[in-house]
Design a protein around this ligand. Structure first.
Ligand code: GLU
Length: 301
């Protein structure tokens, strides 16, 4: 742990779950349901719930969304015992304040030659990747093998190389398998279902995959509860956790909420933001009752 500049050496016990919202817009009904799942899983296990502020998205992050996010979560009645507002031994709990940990992880990946710099633009990658793969709209394209440097090519120093993205070299053809607590066995083949993925962006910001894996390990999260849209990310994070020598937590990917047209709810559905619902007189207990009922119906179906 010596190289993890701020990592806590505290050993936690029992179930540790987390809520990990990104302050890039107002939370909506879909987030509320995902967080309800996470809070319920922690409560049922008599565990600890942590709030992590995933504020690394420099382009879309707005400070007022952080306050709004905390207020909306409190309005829903969720309580957390560690977080940016209450502190805790595994802090800081805002990702922008955790850069030394992400840098330390990068240094380990670099020393193990598991990453490589990539000067290709997103457009180059998209064009060379060819036909979009399933779920491409919100996922990285499979990185074209022809862009990958040879395994034994000299690796430039990590922090002296500006203007390049760093990617994790996935173990080709290796099957990654995990048993999801909600969705059952999940399997993906590295290099086919997903490719060499981004770990550090050329603007100096760690990728979601890296930050999430590092934090879940450092905060000793035992179960990650999140939307099913992130199942593919889980395979990548499992590879990162393995590479960094951390055990993977358990995963529970919950079903995503759709609007009346079958489109997944997103922050653009302003009418379903928790603020808009609150203004229309909706009470948190109405929402929670809905979540319980829809889950019971789904489980019973
Ligand atoms: N901050 C991420 C998001 O809002 C959550 C990721 C996660 O739960 O791992 O999509």
């Amino acid at each position: 742990m010596k190289d993890d500049a701020q990592a806590s050496t505290t050993a936690a016990t029992g179930y540790r779950g987390r809520l990990a919202p990104s302050p890039t817009g107002h939370l909506h009904l879909g987030h509320a349901r995902t967080f309800w799942f996470a809070a319920e899983r922690a409560r049922a296990a008599g565990g600890t719930l942590i709030l992590r502020n995933d504020d690394l998205d420099t382009a879309r992050h707005r400070p007022e969304f952080v306050d709004a996010m905390l207020e909306d979560l409190r309005w829903l009645g969720f309580a957390w015992s560690e977080g940016p507002d209450v502190g805790g031994v595994f802090g800081p709990y805002s990702q922008r304040e955790r850069l030394p940990l992400y840098r330390a992880a990068m240094e380990r990946l670099h020393a193990a030659r598991l990453i490589f710099p990539c000067a290709h633009s997103r457009r180059d990658v998209l064009e060379a990747a060819g036909a979009p793969h399933e779920g491409a709209a919100d996922d990285e394209p499979v990185y074209p093998k022809q862009f990958r440097p040879a395994k034994d090519a000299p690796l430039p120093p990590l922090w002296e190389t500006s203007g390049v993205n760093w990617r994790f070299r996935v173990p080709d053809d290796e099957a990654i398998v995990f048993v999801d607590e909600r969705c059952g066995e999940q399997r993906a083949v590295a290099g086919r279902d997903f490719g060499d993925f981004l770990v550090w962006r050329k603007d100096g910001v760690p990728s979601y995959q890296l930050a999430c894996a590092v934090d879940d390990a450092a905060m000793q999260i035992t179960e990650v509860v999140r939307g099913a849209d992130l199942i593919k990310s889980t395979f990548r994070q499992i590879l990162l956790l393995q590479a960094l020598g951390h055990p993977a937590p358990q995963y529970f990917h919950c079903p995503l909420m759709k609007d009346e047209n079958g489109v997944r709810l997103a922050k653009r559905h302003d009418a379903l933001s928790l603020r808009a619902l609150r203004e229309r007189g909706v009470k948190p207990e109405d929402l929670l009752r809905e979540f319980v009922a829809s889950e019971a119906a789904e489980r019973g179906a």
